[in-house]
Design a protein around this ligand. Structure first.
Ligand code: BES
Ligand code: ZN
Length: 451
């Protein structure tokens, strides 16, 4: 076999795939042709330029697209979260890093799907205490059980999935009544309008049948399209037990010595259910991957760690596990955490880069970023703000100065309207804003770790 021929065929098919916008193979960690030597700010130093000249917005956009489009929603503990972890692991390894996979367990949880017989997906939330189904789920007609009182059920409910409105009784009482009437599943719909599906707490009771919460609009649509037409739905709940998530950690230390200060760069790669998580947080992941590539080649006198964390969306579990497992010695040497979460939305109002700190005070990370922004001429305003709710909290909790870089609307601190919705897609991600974040955070980190 002619090796050269084989390779050129592979390259050609990659190009063809890319140009038809259906890239299925992970983007390669190889140089792209277009250099991005744009306008150089007069006060940018040579060390800033070394970073800025190499941070590629095309590369970051392609990586974010792989995570958000090709993989899609990356819910903690599911296969897609793991696929994202593998993609990150392979990239970092191919860049020449020493890469560690740090596994940790997460609480049991149910993942649910609800489909109508004409294959529409209805957004659903599975509460703790719900029963599970087989892999195929249950396919059954719906029974309109109004508020789910005992008298709302007749013999007709047997073998059906009870559709119950929120109100008057507790959720657990409604489910108990459905169980007693022989229903094989329960869907509870909201009685007020909301975008996200209802999250009905079962108050610690554990049921054998699957239970899910849906929106008011979904409940009303099911009454019209399924109950009235005698159609069926498919309700699938997989109970995840003994589930794990993982952090992927790439480390680079100076060649000599073993007592260097450590700078931790972090980004979570998981998403919430139904959200492709382009902004939250394929954006931060893609920027951190690019900085790992760019900062690989230069001499450094501090240790740098790129920490890609899982399970952020269920309570910062990955970063908490990472931070709490740092040794005394590592903690002593840790000087900074640059956390990137939602750094690339194209939502116009989010014109500022917020630097969220837990105590609202400046620290070495925010000071470094401000000085860097000034030198390199970062176009967006930088705003110091008090806010947790991302992985910088976990670093702060173990005493490491930390900042979450996040785009928001100045004044209101509002996030883009697509946040945690199925609309958090590549359509609303800006390559220019990824580049701005990459330049700012990259040049900041390099100004700290460079030799
Ligand atoms: N990407 C967001 C960041 C964020 C920070 C959103 C502050 C809103 C405010 C993050 O992934 C997130 O959604 N965080 C959760 C809390 C977390 C502890 C599960 C949130 O804010 O609801
Ligand atoms: Zn997030």
């Amino acid at each position: 076999m002619n090796k050269g021929k084989k390779r050129s065929a592979a390259v050609l098919s990659t190009i063809l795939l890319a140009s038809s916008f259906s890239v299925v193979a992970p983007p390669l960690a190889q140089p792209v042709a277009a250099a991005e030597n744009k306008v150089v700010h007069p006060s940018a130093k040579a060390h800033d330029q070394k970073v800025i000249a190499r941070v590629s917005q095309e590369r970051m956009f392609a990586d974010a697209s792989y995570l958000a489009d090709t993989i899609g929603p990356r819910v903690t503990g599911t296969e897609t979260e793991q696929q994202a972890a593998e993609f990150i692991w392979e990239r970092l390894t191919s860049l020449g890093y020493e890469v560690e996979t740090q596994e940790f367990s997460i609480p049991d949880k149910g993942v649910g799907h609800l489909h109508t017989s004409d294959d529409n997906e209805v957004l659903i939330t599975i509460p703790a205490g719900s029963g599970g189904t087989s892999d195929a789920g249950i396919t059954a007609p719906l029974y309109d059980a109004n508020l789910g009182k005992a008298e709302d059920f007749t013999d007709e409910a047997k073998g059906k999935i009870a559709l119950i409105s929120r109100g008057e009784l507790t959720f657990a009482e409604k489910v108990q009544n459905a169980v007693e009437a022989g229903a094989i599943g329960v869907l509870i719909y909201n009685n007020v309008d909301a975008l996200a599906p209802l999250n009905p707490s079962l108050g610690g009771t554990i049921f054998d049948i699957p239970v899910g919460g849906i929106t008011k609009a979904s409940g009303e649509a099911l009454l019209q399209d399924v109950v009235a037409q005698n159609e069926t739905v498919n309700f699938n709940v997989q109970l995840l037990k003994n589930v794990t998530s993982q952090n992927i950690i790439a480390t680079r230390a100076p060649q000599k010595g073993d007592n260097h200060e450590i700078v931790h760069v972090s980004a979570h790669y998981d998403s919430v259910q139904f959200a492709p998580g382009a902004s939250d947080n394929a954006s931060g992941t893609a920027v951190a991957l690019e900085l790992a590539r760019v900062l690989k080649s230069y001499p450094i006198d501090k240790e740098v760690r790129f920490v890609f964390v899982g399970a952020e969306e269920i309570g910062l579990l990955g970063s908490k596990y990472y931070a709490e497992n740092l040794s005394e010695d590592e903690l002593k040497r840790s000087i900074a955490n640059f956390n990137m979460d939602m750094v690339g939305t194209s939502w116009e109002n989010a014109s500022a880069i917020y630097m969220n700190t837990i105590d609202g005070k400046a620290n070495i990370v925010s000071d470094t970023a401000l000085a860097t922004a000034e030198r390199i001429g970062t176009p967006s305003e930088l705003i110091l703000y008090q806010r947790g709710a991302s992985d910088h909290q976990s670093f702060y909790d173990v005493g490491i100065p930390a900042v979450n870089f996040i785009r928001r609307e100045p004044g209101t601190a509002a996030l883009e309207p697509y946040y945690h919705t199925p609309q958090d897609t590549m359509e609303y991600l800006s390559a220019e804003r990824l580049k701005e974040a990459g330049d700012l955070v990259g040049a900041s980190i390099y100004s700290l770790i460079r030799k």
